[in-house]
Design a protein around this ligand. Structure first.
Ligand SMILES: Cc1cc2nc3c(=O)[nH]c(=O)nc-3n(C[C@H](O)[C@H](O)[C@H](O)COP(=O)(O)OP(=O)(O)OC[C@H]3O[C@@H](n4cnc5c(N)ncnc54)[C@H](O)[C@@H]3O)c2cc1C
Length: 498
């Protein structure tokens, strides 16, 4: 009986251990043979960094229509409304199911779920776990439920094996840097965004656009790649200190953005001052830094800062940032979130058979031109369940006879820029403020390199990541050039305005 069960179980390989990959595995775990492959340890992801929380309509005083409106409004109505409605309707059910399995979210004095208010949300609807450690608590909880899943850690996914429009295998480098190929019935890309394409980013170091580049090389379509969200306030502690996010909640608690002379920099830009939309604040901070100012968060008016923000305080202390004495935290804006990605339908299906994409790497249209805070954990949870359901319901695939020649890709060899130079170029031309001539100059510079095809001989992780970053940068630049007008997070200054 067991043998029969094993024989008929679908084999699923998930690439990425963040909220999207882990939740897909959670909903597949008893119904398929699941392997999760991830680049570093399973704890290495942006999901583990998420401080703010997860948005969900769980109270009668709130409504799905209101959350939908706030999401569309933040996305400048470029969102796919049906995708937004689906996420907002189905996400809370996933949260309830996780609670039923034992997930603990922060509660108020009455033992009810504590719902926080965040910028651009018109109701209190943001759940937290462990205060400012929501992502860590949520992702670790889901990992703890995956005992039946096989993990392959320290494995760098490189490319899919595709035959006749169907993904049948995955080439990767194992923990000994040996090339391996794994075959399965279904593959799920959950590799996150593109943070490390930029010099300054809140993202985990493993987030280098790999999944987007793999999907593109395999024949997938990408969409909305020009829409990148830059967060206004990352710690500016110097080169050797990871620029953690100093969340909006700190400004929500009363902190103000000031320059070295104590001038409040947001005056005159928005009546919401320091709580203006992220893209507006990012541009003002960026402009001030370009003009030679050092920008700080003045926390002198925030009551009990260390109690309110224990994780941020601990990190600042560990890295000897003298915030207690100065009552200031040095910040600068940085790359935070990708709204575009690999085009999928509502069940996460890409245009290639047997390949799904979910989470930040995927484009379902939920975020439009700018993401509403705390909606990305929700996206990961809700769409992961849809991916799992789609795989579960799909008819069992017929096995393909794969011959070894189909695994070999030929390339003329790589010719790559230094990573630091690439990152400097993208930061200058594809960042917070863009100009068509600078984007075109970047594409002209990139054209001297060869990065489109990775051949079988390449086992250098740095090179593979750099080639992926080049390919993704090209996509962003082309998308940004196509969109002449500013929209949401894409801010373009046309020549005549310069
Ligand atoms: C500092 C910070 C704070 C945030 N706060 C919030 C918040 O409060 N609320 C909210 O909703 N969102 C927040 N976000 C956004 C949110 O955390 C992410 O969008 C979301 O977690 C993405 O989940 P994911 O599973 O798609 O990708 P990730 O969590 O980024 O996981 C990607 C996984 O893929 C792996 N991987 C990548 N490339 C490869 C490869 N080639 N081979 C193998 N494995 C690979 C990575 O190592 C990782 O395991 C925050 C993001 C950051 C960076």
């Amino acid at each position: 009986m067991n043998e029969l069960k094993e024989e008929t179980m679908k084999k699923v390989v998930i690439i990425g251990s963040g909220i999207a990959g882990a939740t897909t595995a959670f909903y597949l775990k008893d119904r398929a043979e699941v392997t999760i492959l991830c680049k570093e340890k399973k704890t290495a992801s942006n999901s583990m960094f998420a401080q703010g929380g997860v948005a969900a309509v769980l109270q009668d005083s709130d409504s799905e229509a209101s959350h939908v409106y706030d999401t569309l409004s933040a996305g400048v109505f470029r969102n796919h409304k049906k995708a937004v409605e689906k996420m907002i309707h189905e996400g809370p059910k996933v949260i309830q199911e996780l609670i039923a399995e034992g997930m603990v979210f922060d509660a108020d004095a009455n033992g009810q779920l504590a719902m926080g208010l965040e910028g651009a949300h018109s109701h209190k609807r943001v759940l937290h776990a462990g205060g400012d450690q929501t992502g860590r608590h949520l992702t670790s909880f889901i990992h703890s439920k995956l005992s039946a899943v096989k993990w392959i850690e320290h494995a760098l996914a490189i490319d899919f094996v595709v035959t006749s429009g169907k993904v049948v295998g995955l080439n990767y480098l194992d923990d000994k840097n040996q090339r391996q190929t794994i075959f399965a019935d279904y593959f799920v890309l959950a590799t996150g965004g593109v943070g490390h394409l930029f010099a300054y980013t809140s993202n985990h170091r493993s987030i280098t656009g790999d999944g987007l580049a793999m999907a593109l090389r395999a024949g997938c379509q990408l969409s909305d790649m020009e829409f990148l969200q830059f967060h206004p306030s990352l710690l500016d502690g110097g080169e050797d200190i990871h620029p953690i996010l100093i969340s909006e909640a700190v400004r929500g608690a009363g902190a103000r953005l000031v320059d070295e002379t104590d001038r409040p920099i947001m005056v005159g830009y928005s009546n919401k001052l320091d709580l203006a939309p992220r893209d507006v604040v990012s541009r003002v901070v960026y402009d001030n830094i370009q003009a030679g100012h050092q920008i700080y968060l003045d926390i002198s008016t925030v009551a009990h800062f260390t109690q309110q923000f224990p994780s941020i305080s601990a990190y600042l202390e560990k890295n000897e940032i003298p915030f207690k004495q100065t009552q200031r935290i040095p910040i600068q804006p940085g790359m935070h979130f990708l709204m575009g990605g690999v085009k999928t339908d509502f069940s996460g299906q890409t245009n290639l058979q047997s390949l799904y994409a979910v989470g930040e790497v995927a484009f379902t249209g939920v975020h439009g031109a700018n993401r509403l805070a705390s909606n990305s954990l929700l996206e990961g949870l809700s769409f992961a369940k849809s991916v799992a359901e789609a795989i579960h319901q799909a008819s069992h695939p017929t096995s393909l006879n794969i011959v070894s020649e189909q695994l070999v890709q030929k390339s003329a060899g790589l010719r790559l820029p230094e990573r630091a130079e690439l990152v400097a170029q993208t930061s200058a031309s594809l960042g917070i403020i863009r100009k068509p001539a600078e984007i075109q100059a970047f594409l002209d510079w990139l054209a001297q390199y060869q990065y489109r095809v990775l051949d079988q001989s390449c086992t250098d992780r740095q090179q593979i990541e750099t080639a992926n970053l080049c390919l993704v940068a090209e996509q962003i630049a082309q998308a940004a050039l196509r969109r002449k007008e500013s929209l949401g997070a894409h801010y373009m200054i046309m020549e005549e305005e310069v």
